[in-house]
Design a protein around this ligand. Structure first.
Ligand code: BEZ
Length: 211
């Protein structure tokens, strides 16, 4: 099975480097990021897991819990974590799911058999507090992910969940946003007191409303 945006994120119970995880219960009322890895003791994955450990305060600031997945067993994860901590100069501070039977990987579509039948690919799933799938990105095994981009998407999702705006190309926290097409131009002043600029009838720019 694979998942699509708007689906309920499949629930599962799995062993991890921090004990048994019941996914929905573990997420509670927080946002979640689940990211998959081809295998333990691989170079790119090692840098990714270290990077996420260093970014944990940024995820926490945004009310996001992070959890990794690799198809090796728990004991292997525990040995690998020692290497990650040593080589990336950090402390892995979030669970890594052990998925040796590919159960979670199959639920989430992390196996792309035409890319590799032995490894899961590098996928990222963002899950909202109501357990909906909000973002899916898949990278090839040879390309490490940009976790600053994942934080940027979280900022956009949390903003656009609460205001009738969308974020333009390369938007970053603090920059102007666009008013969604469903809002009539005559209704903008009441909804966006900071003002707006109409570049085209369908392209209306306003300062980020929540700062
Ligand atoms: C890596 O994490 O470095 C990696 C894993 C599988 C294939 C290529 C690279």
């Amino acid at each position: 099975m694979s998942i699509r945006l708007g689906d309920t994120a499949p629930d599962f119970t799995a062993e991890s480097s921090e004990g048994t995880i019941h996914c929905h219960q573990w997420l509670g009322d927080k946002w979640g990021i689940l990211f998959s890895h081809p295998a333990d003791f691989t170079p790119v994955c090692t840098t990714e897991l270290g990077t996420v450990a260093k970014l944990k305060p940024e995820f926490e600031k945004r009310n996001v819990k992070v959890i990794a997945l690799s198809v090796d067993p728990v004991q292997s994860h525990l040995e690998w974590i020692k290497d990650i901590n040593e080589t990336q100069n950090t402390t892995v501070n979030y669970p890594i799911i052990a998925d040796p039977a590919f159960e979670v990987s199959k639920l989430y579509g992390f196996v792309h058999p035409n890319a590799s039948d032995k490894f899961t690919v590098r996928s990222v799933v963002i899950i909202s507090p109501d357990k909906k799938v909000k973002l899916l990105i898949t990278y090839p095994a040879s390309t490490g992910r940009n976790f600053d981009e994942i934080l940027r998407v979280i900022d956009s999702l949390q903003l656009t969940d609460n205001y009738s705006v969308a974020t333009p190309a390369n938007w970053k926290q603090g920059e102007d946003v666009v008013v969604i097409p469903a809002i009539k131009t005559e209704d903008i002043p009441a909804k966006f007191p900071k003002g707006f600029k109409e570049i085209k009838s369908y392209l209306r720019i306003t300062p980020q409303p929540n700062i």
